[in-house]
Design a protein around this ligand. Structure first.
Ligand code: PEP
Ligand code: MG
Length: 577
C-alpha cells in the first residue's frame, strides 16, 4: 500500500480501479527529422490515422445517444478529410518535422481560419478539429486512444494535470474520484470537481507515476489522502471515518430552510456559485439566497452545448426562472488564463496576465455583444444581475458599460423586452481595481470580490501551481487589508459587496469575513450549510471584534493560529481545521 497526501479539493470517499491519464504525453514537441526519414514519418502518420479511426469506431456502441453518435460520425469524417490529411503530410515533407508537430501546427492553423468565419457552423467545427487532432496525437504517442468522454465502467481518474475544458468534456457519470499530481485549492479544476461533486485530491506530487491502470485505489476528498492498493484494515477504517462525515452532512441539511442570521440579528446572505444550469437544483435544495456567481464561460467549454445567442439565452433563462424571485448574478465570459476554450484563438505566453475576461471581450465585441443580448433577453424571466470579471480600472469598466448601453439601445429598437432596472456589478479581483474601489463604486450597483484572483495577483502567486501553494495565503495581511478597503469603499459609495472566491467557502474564514462587513458570501454548494451553521452561532459584535483584532496582526501565521484557536474554542464540531 502507498499513501499520498495532497489538497482536499472535493469532499467524499471514492473507491475503485485506477484509470491513469498522463496528459503530458499528449503535448506535441517540435522535432526535426532527416530528409531520408520522411517516408518513415509518413508511414507512422498513416498508421496513426488508422489507429485513431479504429479507436473511434470502437466507441460507436449501440447505447450511445444520438448526439455523441453524430459527433463521432463527424470526427470519423474529419479523419478522412483529404485536405486536412494532405496539409499535414505536406508539412512533414516540406518542413522536415515529426508527425506530432505537423498535426499540432496544421490543426491550430485550421482552427484559426475557422474561428474567423462568419458562419457559426464552421466556427463550431474548430472544436471538432481540436478533438480529432487529440485522437491523432494519442495514436502517434503509441498509447492508443484514451477516451474519457465515453467510459464504460466506473473508475478513479489519476492524472498529472487536467485542464478545466478536459474535465468538462469527460464522462463524469463513470468518474467516481479524481487524484491529480498538480493543482491548487482555488484552481478552476478544483472548483469544477466540487461543482460536479466528485471526491478529489490535488497536488499529490508524483502519484500518477506510481499507479497503474486497474490498481485498487481510494480517494478521501475530506482529508486529502489517496491510498494506492490499500489493505483491508485501512479500507475499513476509512469507511468508518466516511460514515461519521456523512452523518455530519446529514445533520447540516436541517439548516437548509433557515436564514443566515447571527445571534444579534445581523444577516449575511449566503449564495451559490454555479458553473452549469444543472447545479441550480443543488443551490435550491440547500436554501441558497440566490446565485452569486454563474461562471458563464463554462457554457462555451461545453463544446457541443453551444454558445449561439439562442443557446445562451435558453441557458440563462433556465437558471433565472428556476431561482426566481431570488437574484442570479451571471458573470460575463471569463475565458483565458487556465480556461482556454478551443476555437477562440487564445494562445498566450503569459495567460494569467494576458488576454482574458473583459480584455478578451472588448476585443471580440462580436462574441461579447451576443452574450449581452442573450443576458438582456433572459432578464425578464426573474431577477438577473450582470457582473464583469477582471476589471482593472475605470477606462475598462466605462468601455464595458458603454457597450452594454449600446446593446440595450439595439434591443429597444428591435422591440426585445428586457428588465430596464437590471443591476450591473463588477468583480474586484485585480489589485488596481481594489485600490480604485471608490472610483469604480460610482459606476456600478454592486461589487463582488474574487479572492481567487485577488490573492493570486496581490501576492504574485499562481493559484494553480502546487509548488508554490504554501504562498497562496488568504489570511495574508496584504489580502485582508485589500478586502477591508474594498468593503469600506463600497459601503461609502452606497453599494453592497459580496465575496465569491473560494475563501467564502472555507468555514475557517466565515466569522472573519462576516466581521469585516461583507454583505454576501457566495460559494460552492458543498460548504454553504457548514458556513450557515457557524454564522448562526456567533454575534456580529464578536465577529467584528475578531476582525478588528486580526487587522492589528502582522503575519498570516499569527492570524491563522489566532483564528484557528478562536474557532476551536467556540465550535466543538469544527472538524475542518
Ligand atoms: C475569483 O477570482 O475569485 C473568482 C470568483 O473568479 P474565478 O475563480 O472564476 O477566476
Ligand atoms: Mg477570477
Amino acid at each position: 500500500m502507498r499513501i499520498f497526501k495532497g489538497i482536499a479539493a472535493s469532499g467524499g470517499l471514492a473507491k475503485g480501479k485506477a484509470l491513469v491519464h498522463v496528459r503530458s504525453s499528449l503535448v506535441a514537441e517540435k522535432q526535426h527529422i532527416m530528409a531520408g526519414d520522411v517516408a518513415t514519418e509518413l508511414e507512422k502518420f498513416h498508421k496513426a490515422i488508422e489507429l485513431a479511426r479504429k479507436n473511434l469506431e470502437e466507441h460507436q456502441l449501440p447505447e450511445i445517444s444520438a448526439e455523441p453518435a453524430e459527433i463521432l460520425e463527424t470526427h470519423l469524417m474529419m479523419l478522412s478529410d483529404p485536405d486536412y490529411l494532405l496539409q499535414i503530410e505536406q508539412y512533414i515533407t516540406t518542413n522536415l518535422v515529426c508527425a506530432q508537430w505537423a498535426v499540432e501546427y496544421v490543426t491550430n492553423h485550421m482552427i484559426e481560419l475557422l474561428e474567423k468565419s462568419l458562419d457559426e457552423v464552421l466556427r463550431d467545427r474548430a472544436v471538432d478539429f481540436k478533438d480529432v487532432s487529440l485522437h491523432l496525437l494519442n495514436a502517434l504517442s503509441g498509447k492508443g486512444a484514451r477516451r474519457l468522454d465515453s467510459l464504460t465502467e466506473d473508475v478513479i481518474l489519476v492524472s498529472d494535470s487536467l485542464m478545466p475544458s478536459e474535465l468538462f468534456a469527460m464522462d463524469k457519470t463513470h468518474i467516481k474520484g479524481i487524484a491529480l499530481d498538480g493543482g491548487g485549492r482555488a484552481s478552476h479544476v478544483a472548483i469544477l470537481v466540487r461543482a460536479f461533486n466528485i471526491p478529489s485530491v490535488l497536488a499529490l506530487g508524483t502519484a500518477s507515476q506510481k499507479v497503474h491502470d486497474g490498481d485498487e485505489i481510494i480517494v478521501d476528498g475530506n482529508y486529502g489522502e489517496v491510498f494506492i492498493r490499500p489493505d483491508l484494515v485501512v479500507s475499513q477504517n476509512l469507511d468508518e471515518r466516511f460514515a461519521r462525515w456523512q452523518q455530519h452532512e446529514h445533520e447540516l441539511h436541517q439548516m437548509a430552510d433557515l436564514p443566515t442570521e447571527m445571534t444579534d440579528g445581523h444577516v449575511v446572505l449566503l449564495k451559490s456559485n454555479i458553473q452549469t444550469g444543472s447545479e441550480v437544483e443543488s443551490a435550491k435544495s440547500i436554501g441558497a439566497s440566490g446565485i452569486g456567481l454563474f461562471r458563464s464561460e463554462f457554457l462555451f467549454m461545453d463544446a457541443h452545448g453551444g454558445s449561439s445567442e439562442e443557446q445562451q439565452f435558453q441557458a440563462y433563462k433556465h437558471v433565472v426562472e428556476a431561482m426566481s424571485p431570488l437574484p442570479v448574478t451571471i458573470r460575463t465570459i471569463d475565458v483565458g488564463g487556465d480556461k482556454v476554450v478551443s476555437g477562440m484563438g487564445i494562445d498566450e505566453k503569459n495567460p494569467i496576465l494576458g488576454w482574458r475576461a473583459v480584455r478578451f471581450c472588448l476585443s471580440r465585441k462580436d462574441i461579447f455583444t451576443i452574450q449581452l443580448r442573450a443576458l438582456l433577453r433572459a432578464s425578464v424571466y426573474g431577477k438577473l444581475q450582470i457582473m464583469f470579471p477582471m476589471i482593472s480600472g475605470v477606462e475598462e469598466l466605462s468601455a464595458v458599460l458603454h457597450l452594454f448601453d449600446h446593446v440595450k439601445e439595439e434591443c429597444k429598437i428591435e422591440h426585445i423586452p428586457f428588465d430596464p432596472d437590471i443591476k450591473v456589478g463588477t468583480m474586484i479581483e485585480v489589485p488596481s481595481a481594489a485600490l480604485c474601489a471608490d472610483i469604480l463604486a460610482k459606476k456600478v450597483d454592486f461589487f463582488s470580490i474574487g479572492t481567487n484572483d485577488l490573492i493570486q495577483y496581490t501576492i504574485a502567486v499562481d493559484r494553480g501551481n502546487e509548488k508554490i501553494a504554501y504562498l497562496y495565503q488568504p489570511l495574508h495581511p496584504g489580502v485582508l487589508r485589500s478586502i477591508k478597503m474594498i468593503v469600506e469603499k463600497a459601503h461609502k459609495g452606497g453599494i453592497p459587496v459580496s465575496l465569491c472566491g473560494e475563501m467564502a467557502s472555507d468555514p475557517l474564514y466565515s466569522v472573519l469575513l462576516a466581521g469585516m462587513g461583507l454583505d454576501e458570501l457566495s460559494m460552492g454548494f458543498q460548504s454553504l450549510l457548514q458556513v450557515r451553521k457557524i454564522l448562526r452561532d456567533v454575534s456580529f459584535k464578536d465577529a467584528k471584534q475578531l476582525a478588528d483584532n486580526v487587522m492589528e496582526m502582522d503575519s498570516y501565521l499569527t492570524i491563522t493560529t489566532y483564528i484557528r484557536e478562536w474557532m476551536h474554542d467556540r465550535f466543538d464540531h469544527f472538524t475542518t481545521i
